[in-house]
Design a binder for this molecule. Structure first.
Ligand SMILES: Cc1ncc(COP(=O)(O)O)c(C=O)c1O
Length: 493
């Protein structure tokens, strides 16, 4: 084997980054904090990194300490059963979809679902019926899912086997899960809620109520997104009444690694224990700091901060105020530009940006200094915009009038996901694809919500939206052609 005298490409980069002045407004929720006891107390990962040896139980057939640890977790959350996930919420969503619908069955899912939900539908060859979130028109983002819309689809599709919705959304928008659960349970089928972005909800009433307390049957939460837990750690909770537990466990075994990391599982246990004991206090103090931040940002003249004013409209039942969602709409700044200024000038890294906005994920582990840096940066950018606006607004009044919702075009479904993905395809320049049926997914990551799924007909509007994302240098994923110039479409019969 050839010995290369080289630096560590990844490790050195990570270490340098950790020592840099960059501040993370993205996941993981522990925010790379080195000095607080909650994280410092955790042992060196090598020291506790084992495999399923005698006395340490087995995540796939738990009968000992792991079983006990998960039973305690379920008690804390008020679930009938909770499962530690070491392959992220992705494997929880996949398992939930696969366990609740039979092969070739039917699922109603919100169109703003994460790609993992679509992959579940693909594997089980499901017919997917979409419930569309409301669109907050003046912002161009998704609002909530209306229970009435779910009800209507259930009436039209009496053979539906499960309903899956995302709440909260990436932007922190929470739907009325209680009413949705009632509608779903009237059909004696389960409601799955992808609560990946709301793992902190369960630990304080200051934040929206968790879907588990609103009657959902399977709830999946990414601990790593908003709590102090390692990347890839998540949890799935079940209420038994409408769920076949054995089937769910079978799929969890399929989608989780056969060598689950004890470091991650110990991290999950510690995170939950810490939140159970002190979470209420942590989140209360955090909320107070958030309140301050939001108060100080009230004077923004050009940028606009998503706030409680949208609650009660567009299906928005509640909102998670820890998501700092800032719009540059009606100014001269796009989400990409705002994100770049924050990164390059202020060394603040955002979670994601859309065409018109940025999202900063904040958690109780954010420092005063970090939040202050964000506040100062936004205020300075806003002031600069005021000067600029006076000079330039006449020429460039508004940004592209395009929505960030990913759900504003109702898909024309021509084939089931699985059929379209497995059929013969030809590859065409994306511009020539109007009227053709895609055999690929197309999505921007993050958030990983498909703009197009296999089996859907391409339209002029959808192609324009994709080209605009390309022009704006978003990373378009799902297509075999990484440059997103060519799309695989189903061969016409
Ligand atoms: C709504 C939603 N669900 C599920 C996931 C997958 O979560 P994980 O990264 O924990 O696998 C994501 C990831 O961003 C998401 O946004």
């Amino acid at each position: 084997m050839k010995k290369l005298n080289r630096k560590y490409l990844l490790l050195d980069r990570l270490m340098d980054y950790g020592d840099s002045n960059f501040y993370p407004f993205h996941m993981p929720g522990h925010k790379r904090q080195k000095n607080i006891s909650l994280l410092k107390d955790f042992p060196n990962p090598y020291q506790i990194d084992i495999t399923e040896i005698e006395g340490f139980d087995n995540l796939h057939y738990p009968t000992g300490i792991l079983k006990e640890s998960m039973v305690q977790a379920a008690e804390i959350y008020g679930a009938d059963k909770s499962y530690y996930l070491i392959n992220g919420s992705s494997c929880g969503v996949l398992s939930a979809v696969c366990a609740t619908a039979n092969l070739g069955g039917k699922i109603i899912m919100s169109r703003n679902c994460h790609k993992s939900a679509y992959y579940g539908a693909l594997l089980k060859q499901l017919e997917t019926v979409y419930v569309f979130p409301q669109i907050i028109d003046f912002l161009g983002i998704n609002g909530g899912i209306l229970a009435n819309d779910v009800e209507k689809l259930l009436e039209e599709n009496p053979n539906t086997q499960a309903v899956l919705v995302v709440s909260p959304t990436y932007e922190g928008i929470v739907s009325d899960i209680e009413s949705i659960a009632q509608a779903v349970h009237r059909r004696n089928i389960p409601l799955i809620v992808d609560e990946a972005h709301g793992a902190h909800f369960a630990f304080s009433e200051i934040f929206p109520k968790s879907a588990l307390d609103c009657g959902a049957d399977i709830v999946i939460q990414s601990l790593h997104k908003t709590l102090p837990s390692f990347t890839q750690t998540a949890i799935l909770h079940v209420k038994r009444k409408y769920v076949d537990e054995e089937k769910l466990e079978r799929y969890l075994q399929i989608f989780q690694s056969s060598s689950p990391s004890y470091v991650m599982m110990a991290g999950i246990e510690k995170c939950i224990d810490e939140m159970n004991n002190f979470g209420h206090e942590y989140l209360k103090k955090f909320f107070y700091r958030l309140d301050h931040l939001r108060e100080h940002l009230k004077g923004l003249e050009n940028l606009w901060l998503l706030d409680t004013s949208i609650v009660g409209k567009w299906g928005v039942y509640d909102i998670d105020l820890s998501k700092i969602v800032v719009f540059g709409r009606s100014t001269l700044l796009s989400g990409v530009e705002l994100s770049e200024i924050l990164r390059k000038k202020y060394f603040l890294e955002m979670e994601m940006c859309g065409i018109n906005y940025i999202i900063a994920i904040t958690t109780f582990l954010d420092t005063e200094e970090g939040l202050h840096r964000l506040e100062t940066a936004l205020i300075k950018i806003d002031k600069k915009l005021t000067k600029q606006r006076k000079a330039e607004v006449k020429e460039k009044n508004c940004l592209e009038n395009i929505s960030d919702s990913f759900t504003n075009y109702k898909p024309i479904i021509k084939k089931k996901l699985a059929d379209a993905m497995d059929t013969s395809y030809i590859q065409l320049p994306i511009n020539d694809c109007t009227g053709r049926v895609s055999s690929e997914f197309i999505y921007i990551y993050p958030p990983g919500i498909p703009i197009v799924t296999p089996g859907e007909q391409m339209t002029k509007e959808i192609i324009e939206q994709i080209l605009l994302y390309k022009k704006r240098k978003f990373s378009i994923e799902g297509m075999a052609d990484k440059e997103a110039q060519y799309l695989r479409v189903c061969q016409e019969e």
